[in-house]
Design a protein around this ligand. Sequence first.
Ligand code: ZN
Length: 198
Amino acid sequence: MDYYGSQISRLIEQLSALPGIGSKTAQRLAFHIVNMPMEKVQALSESVLDAKKNVRYCRQCFTMTDRELCPICSNPKRNNRQIMVVENTRDLAAYEKTGRFEGVYHVLHGAISPMLGIGPNDIRLKELMTRLQGDVEEVIIATNSSLEGETTAMYISKLIKPTGILVTRIASGVPVGGDLEYIDEVTLLRALEGRVEL
Ligand code: ZN
């Protein structure tokens, strides 16, 4: 694999270690990068480093941000009494793109999966329960409709029920096993509007 010389091979190797990048794409990207003007390459590598250095989790909702409180949590127009629980930051982005949800989010960073050995303590559930001690009216569970997503939804609902806070689940307009991030905005909105009490 060293017929390109070690520097290019190293770049290809680094790129192909990224999710969704196969060796052919990695080669294509590597050659593209090498042919880019120096300033563009500089900007790309700086943005990678800056993002890595500065991005952290919002202290309230745990989405990825470069501030202590993300722009959603620090927006006074958002309804803090309505919390939508999602598996990851990409799912949050999918719902944000609809522009119709006025509440705030809670990002779990995963879902409960006995098969993969991921338990309730491995996702940001404790942090969610802490938030519920404030003034919260509704928790909308918008985990994926995969086995893990459903397991997580049931677990959270059982946990929250005794607090008397309304727990709802987005409707099944979202196809079974479907990842929220790949679903179109109309379907996402329909799922939100048709949510049912758990
Ligand atoms: Zn936040």
